[in-house]
Design a protein around this ligand. Structure first.
Ligand SMILES: *Cc1c(COP(=O)(O)O)cnc(C)c1O
Length: 415
């Protein structure tokens, strides 16, 4: 069961060290003290060489030495990770940017970036001999947990608030998750899940208390480094809710820099919704506390009033000499339309927010037109068709008649 590559765990708040097998938050800091997994890099470097990587399968398990899993564990064969990085020249031109590439996370098994974290969660649950895994979520964390539980044959319990969007609920049910719909808010669902995990011994996938999920998210950064090498962009753009995604991507990039796979590090552009701006505000204020902020945006996957991993995100942005911007819902809808039309990748609102933030950063002069960027497209737009329909014009409703078609085409200036 040895996880010999793990050196220790360190509290992101107070810096205190913990044993490599700790699985909760810092004793001294409570829920505020999220732990970070530190590796023995000499040991990692001795086997995770460029030559060794060349002979490994092109998926997220290829970085095994940098994942918190035991040597004897076998991952499911469901393809995960090594998502494509596509050039988007027409979208770049629309934004006024020299070069723009999109890392297409919509191609993961349950159509979002969250699969990277859930896949590690279900394997840890199995290693610990748990009968079930649970989380509280309305969205992609839940559907990916349901999907990866199905992949490895684990029971899953998902606590959703009453207002969970229907396509995401359907995804949970079809993967066979036990869905508990809590007639209250998300925060209430979260508390109930927490209590149930303690009572029944279920493995807790909630990012706030589990230090290992970010390690899964990190593989997107590891991949970017390996896929792009010396051709890394000036900016990597990531939308931010709790902050685990941005923090994870940065950790992956840093590790690959440390291991000599890339010559330098890009800057991070974190993007939040203007209606849910806690991390951006904490970054701007430079204080060690989280300001009160709302969670009012149509981008449900980044609507978070009290982000759990804000310290990690703020630190990452600072270390990268990057910045955070906020975008209005109207900008998100426009970016959703533009990304789909000009690159053929269909993002959900939280994913489109990243493109919207890049557009804003170019307009405001934070990102220079001659610079290059990679946007992480974190989730698929089919999960939220209501937002897509809100972003677009309705179809032409017509009888089956060529003259009627002709009139309509002229009216809409399509001829
Ligand atoms: C979860 C999520 C994010 C943000 O990730 P955090 O770790 O909460 O910051 C962005 N986009 C999509 C589609 C997500 O599901």
């Amino acid at each position: 069961m040895a996880r010999q590559h793990i050196h220790r765990l360190t509290c992101l708040r107070c810096g205190r060290h913990h044993a490599p097998e700790s699985s909760s938050t810092c004793d001294a800091c409570g829920l505020e003290g999220i732990l970070d997994v530190e590796y023995d890099y000499e040991r990692v470097a001795s086997t995770m060489t460029p030559e060794a990587l060349r002979s490994r399968a092109a998926n997220h398990w290829r970085y095994w030495e940098l994942l918190p899993l035991s040597d004897g564990t076998r991952p499911p064969s469901l393809h995960l990770g090594m998502t494509p990085v596509d050039e988007a020249p027409r979208l770049a031109a629309a934004l006024g940017l020299r070069s723009l590439r999109l890392k297409d996370e919509t191609r993961n098994p349950t159509c979002s970036f969250k699969d990277r974290a859930s896949s590690v969660g279900v394997l840890r649950a199995r290693e610990e001999g748990r009968a079930a895994i649970a989380c509280a979520s309305t969205g992609n964390a839940a559907s990916s947990l349901a999907g990866f539980s199905a992949a490895v044959g684990l029971e899953s319990f998902i606590f959703v608030p009453a207002r969970a969007p229907e396509p995401k609920l359907a995804q949970l049910l079809v993967f066979g998750a036990h869905v508990v719909r809590v007639q209250a808010t998300y925060d209430d669902a979260w508390e109930l899940c927490q209590a149930a995990c303690e009572r029944y011994g279920w493995y807790n996938r909630n990012c706030a208390v589990n230090p290992y999920l970010v390690e899964g998210k990190k593989t997107a950064g590891l991949e970017l480094a390996e896929q792009l090498g010396a051709d890394l962009p000036d900016w990597v753009v990531v939308s931010v809710g709790d902050g685990c995604t941005l923090g994870g991507v940065w950790k992956g990039l840093q590790q690959m820099h440390r291991l000599g796979f890339i010559p330098r590090l890009p800057r991070l552009l974190g993007v939040q919704a203007a209606g849910s701006p806690a991390v951006a505000r904490a970054f701007a204020a430079g204080a060690d506390t989280l300001p009160d902020a709302g969670a009012d945006t149509l981008a449900d996957s980044i609507a978070v009033s009290r982000p759990r991993n804000w310290r990690r995100a703020v630190r990452a942005v600072r270390e990268s000499h990057g910045t955070l911007v906020c975008v209005e819902d109207a900008e998100i809808l426009e970016a959703m339309r533009d990304t789909a039309r000009l690159s053929a990748i269909f993002p959900e609102p939280a994913a489109a927010a990243a493109t919207a933030g890049l557009a804003r950063a170019v307009r405001e002069g934070t990102v220079h037109p001659r610079e290059s960027a990679v946007v992480l497209v974190t989730g698929n737009g089919l999960k939220d068709t209501r937002a897509a329909l809100q972003a677009t014009r309705p179809p032409l409703d017509l009888p089956p008649d060529l003259d009627a078609l002709d009139t309509a085409l002229r009216e809409h200036r399509l001829l």
